[in-house]
Every structure is written in structure tokens, then in C-alpha cells.
Design a protein around this ligand. Structure first.
Ligand code: ADP
Length: 233
């Protein structure tokens, strides 16, 4: 669960990036976060990951009270969250298998567990035939699916997808959101930041819009388009 109580962030240069934001994302929810550049979306995500601290107000994520969280406990918070970035951030000289296994190796997971878990998550994103490939041998959409598998491998309570479709073709963007929805249907909370209005309109669901550091809209939208209409657009 993610809870913001009257959260404001003022950066050192005096910019007010968030102004008194309160919102709650319950376990198992799927929410889109939309808004123009500079609206405060990245600041919201950085607060959740404790890359930025609130200037005032409280942030609670997966049971961690972030205002009180000691520096050495931050890795434990981050292990409950999987993050997918716009630019994939795969390690170029590692195979698909190793890119995913790496996440478990750094937390000293047993080798036997790694060998059984990695093929499972890669199958979830439909890339079981690509385990031995390097990122450069995959399309953008495939690389993003690997990044999604990597975000999932540690079985996080929350997935944050930060413009995950920003660097991929529209049809593949649709696949990525559909995968995120499937993951959400299995119980993982998903927060997806996007600029792509068509995706939000197609899929519908909770949509949080930000403007100038405030939440200006937070409602559940109906999904509007059929898949055929989406491809025609
Ligand atoms: P978005 O992700 O919606 O584009 P951001 O959260 O990145 O918005 O930015 C919100 C505001 O905070 C903007 O005015 C931006 O210029 C400012 N900002 C973001 N990061 C920093 C930073 N590290 N230092 C100073 N100002 C920042």
C-alpha cells in the first residue's frame, strides 16, 4: 500500500515540486499517473523509493514509514518494489537470464531458487526462448518485457512503471500494459506513469492526474475503445 498524507516537497533550489498531496493506493490496485512534464510525477515516484524525502507530510509504502526510515533500512523498502524504466536499463553484457538472475544474486538468494524462479518470470512475459540472448539482440518491446520480468523476479508487492511504453511502438505498448494488467490481476499493485492518453482511455481504471505539484483529478475511468479501434488510431 502507498499512502501520502499532506506531502510537500521543496527542492534545495526552492522549487515546490509537490504541494500538499494526499492519496492512497491500496494493495492490489492499478493506477495510472498522468500529467505534463514538470507536474511532479517523478518526484512522486522518487518519494515512494525514498530517493527524495518529503519536506513535510508522511509517506507510507508497504508498511514502511518513510519519514522515520533509517538509511540502512532503505534496501529493505526497495526490495518490496519492482521498477520498470522508460529506457529499460538492462545490463548490455549480460544475457536475459543473467539480467534477471542478478537481482536475486545480489540479495544472496539460493542458487537452486534462482534456477527455478528466473525461467518462471521469463515465461510470464512470453520470452522463454530468449534466455540466452543479449539485450542488443532484442526489440524494444522485448527488452521492456525482460525489464518487467526483472522487476517481478523478487515477487514485489508493488510495481512502479515509469513511462514504460515511452520507447516502444504503439502495438507493443499495448502488450506491455496488458502484461502489467495481468500481473495486477495476480495481486501485485501497479502504478504506471504515462503520457499516452490513448492507453489510459483504452484500458481505463484509476487515473490520477497531476498538475503543478498537485493531484487535480483522481477517478476511475471506464475503458473506452475496443482493441480494433486502438490499432486503427
Ligand atoms: P514530472 O516527472 O511530472 O516531469 P518532476 O517531479 O520531475 O515532474 O518535477 C516537478 C518540479 O520539480 C519541476 O518544476 C522540476 O523542474 C522540479 N525538479 C525536479 N527535480 C528537481 C531537482 N532534483 N532539483 C530541483 N528541482 C527539481
Amino acid at each position: 500500500m502507498v499512502e501520502f498524507e499532506n506531502v510537500s516537497v521543496t527542492y534545495e533550489n526552492g522549487v515546490d515540486a509537490l504541494n500538499n498531496v494526499s492519496l492512497k493506493i491500496k494493495d492490489g490496485e492499478f493506477a495510472f499517473v498522468v500529467g505534463a512534464s514538470g507536474a511532479g510525477k517523478s518526484t512522486l515516484i522518487k518519494l515512494i523509493l525514498k530517493e527524495v524525502s518529503a519536506t513535510s507530510g508522511n509517506v507510507i509504502v508497504n508498511g514502511f514509514k518513510l519519514n522515520k526510515l533509517k538509511q540502512r533500512k532503505i534496501p529493505y523498502l526497495r526490495r518490496t518494489i519492482g521498477v520498470v524504466f522508460q529506457d529499460f536499463r538492462l545490463i548490455p553484457n549480460m544475457t536475459v537470464y543473467d539480467n534477471i538472475a542478478y537481482v536475486l544474486r545480489v540479495i544472496d538468494a539460493p542458487q537452486k531458487y534462482i534456477r527455478s524462479r528466473v525461467p518462471k518470470v521469463i515465461a510470464l512475459v512470453g520470452l522463454q526462448d530468449k534466455l540466452k540472448c543479449y539485450p542488443r539482440e532484442l526489440s524494444g518491446g522485448e527488452q521492456q518485457r525482460v525489464a518487467l520480468a526483472r522487476a517481478l523476479v523478487n515477487d514485489p508487492a508493488l510495481i512502479i512503471a515509469d513511462e514504460p511504453t515511452g520507447n516502444i511502438d504503439p502495438e507493443l505498448s499495448f502488450q506491455i500494459v496488458r502484461l502489467l494488467k495481468e500481473i495486477n490481476n495476480c495481486g501485485t499493485t501497479v502504478l504506471m506513469v504515462t503520457h499516452e492518453q490513448e492507453l489510459v482511455e483504452y484500458f481505463g481504471g484509476r487515473t490520477i492526474a497531476m498538475k503543478n505539484g498537485s493531484v487535480v483529478f483522481d477517478q476511475i475511468l471506464p475503458g473506452e475503445n475496443t482493441e480494433e479501434e486502438y490499432y486503427a488510431n
